[in-house]
Design a protein around this ligand. Structure first.
Ligand code: UGA
Length: 427
């Protein structure tokens, strides 16, 4: 099939490459000419495992352009994969989705299936379908097809997805989507395929992300309580995880969730629930707990030390390992707070330094991709991202320092063998 995809961020580009891998011809559309030029040379604009290799492997089936008219008029199916960032009030900003919808209505030359992959509030597919059909003479059928990829494993999560969820209100669109995804439902991928109505599909996305965020906030609150009552959260979650109904995923206590999805999607669903006069109280609590959790470790540090003129080594800047993404990363709030207290920072990260420089501009931060050099002359180390390089460090290098670990990278048994002070979360 001939597919056009608008937006070449995580969702758009990874979807494009996955569809080219199952032999569809895909045209990626973006307004950013520099990005398009890079991709035409086979270079991925984002750091993501396997993505660039697969872009190159499938290059005959992948085209990159800023010419949306050409892309949309030639397509059998158009995917919308643009961002839906958070507005100041927490609701989702649909401006980019509407811009693409307008361009689609101006460009298409036949009846068309349009698939929304972007995370959009429940009811958005209905609205966009009406908007496009009001502005074109062709029949356009909207499909909700949320994505469940996580950064760092995006390519694998798309090809070997936990499930494909497709929400339609029309048999024609339903058949097209089945055909489009058929290869992924077979060997070697064997992805379960769920067909449902559009509003349910839209809700699956929010309910899934918000449940995972809630699980993290819950375990972080329990971790904080463990500190009060003398329990160890790592042992507690181990004990909980054996119960299959609970499971042992997403029970890692730390300094809160970040990224482009959980913070935005919890706020958007909470906002929508208030707008519908039916507030989701669990989600509200989840958001509050996470906000406080991000600075929990910093507060412990501040309680014990005068930070003025101290240099703190911060290990890990990205919101999680395997990505250079800094959206809502705890490192931003923590480093800003430390700078406000008059501290200087030695910051280590294997890939996120350039992005961090664009967000926090201070001559009191020195950057390192060499961890040894970063921690060499400092007394206090703060761990904010659990990169393998940090988890696997020779712990002797921390001797005589104080380590504040926001990701519980080391076991307490192991730490006993060394001579440094260790403060972590929930232990
Ligand atoms: C998340 C979901 O996991 C994906 O299923 C979803 O498709 C995606 O959002 C999205 O909506 O696009 P992502 O934001 O890439 O993916 O990252 P996660 O691995 O879920 O981690 C999110 C945050 O939670 C990170 O800051 C991570 O450190 C934190 N986390 C995760 C914990 O603090 N504890 C855990 O046990 C797990």
């Amino acid at each position: 099939m001939k597919i056009a995809i608008s937006g070449t961020g995580y969702v758009g580009l990874v979807t494009a490459v996955a569809l080219s891998q199952i032999k569809h011809n895909v045209t990626c559309v973006d307004i950013d000419e520099n990005k398009i030029k890079k991709m035409q040379q086979g270079i991925s604009p984002i750091y993501e495992k396997d993505l660039e290799e697969l872009m190159q492997e499938n290059k005959e089936r992948l085209t990159y352009t800023t010419d949306y008219k050409m892309a949309y008029s030639n397509a059998d199916v158009i995917f919308i994969g643009v961002g839906t960032p958070e507005k100041i009030d927490g609701s989702a900003n649909l401006d980019y989705v509407y811009t693409v919808a307008k361009q689609i209505s101006e460009s298409i030359t036949k009846d068309m299936v349009v698939v929304i992959k972007s995370t959009v509030p429940i009811g958005t597919n209905d609205e966009i379908e009406k908007y496009i059909n009001d502005n074109t003479k062709y029949n356009v059928y909207l499909v909700s097809n949320p994505e469940f990829l996580a950064q760092g494993s995006a390519m694998h999560d798309t090809l070997y997805a936990s499930r494909i969820v497709v929400g339609t209100e029309n048999d024609y669109a339903k058949d097209i989507m089945k055909k489009l995804y058929e290869p992924l439902t077979k060997e070697p991928y064997n992805v379960p395929y769920l067909s449902m109505n559009r509003r349910s599909a839209e809700m699956v996305k929010y309910a899934s992300n918000d449940f995972l965020a809630l699980k993290i906030s819950y375990i972080n609150e329990i971790a904080n309580f463990c500190e009060k009552v003398g329990a160890d959260i790592e042992l507690v979650t181990q004990g909980m995880g054996y119960d299959k109904r609970i499971g042992n995923n997403f029970l890692k206590a730390g300094i809160g969730y970040g990224g482009s999805c959980f913070p935005k999607d919890t706020k958007a669903l909470h906002w929508l629930s208030i707008a519908k006069d039916s507030e989701l109280k669990t989600i509200k609590a989840c958001i509050e707990v996470n906000k406080e959790q991000k600075l929990k470790l910093y507060k412990k540090l501040k309680e014990e030390y005068n930070l003025k003129n101290k240099t703190i080594a911060v290990l890990g800047l990205s919101f999680k390992p395997g990505t250079d993404d800094l959206r809502e990363a705890p490192s931003i709030d923590n480093i800003k707070a430390l700078l406000d207290d008059g501290a200087s920072i030695n910051a280590y990260d294997p890939v996120a330094i350039n992005n961090f420089k664009k967000i926090v501009d201070s001559n009191k931060i020195k950057y390192y991709t060499d961890m040894d050099a970063c921690i060499k002359d400092v007394d206090i180390v703060m761990i904010l991202t659990e990169w393998d390089s940090i988890k696997n460090i020779d712990l002797n290098k921390f001797n005589n320092k104080v380590v504040f670990d926001g990701r519980n990278c080391y076991s307490l048994e192991e730490i006993k063998k060394y001579s440094f002070k260790y403060i972590s979360i929930g232990r």
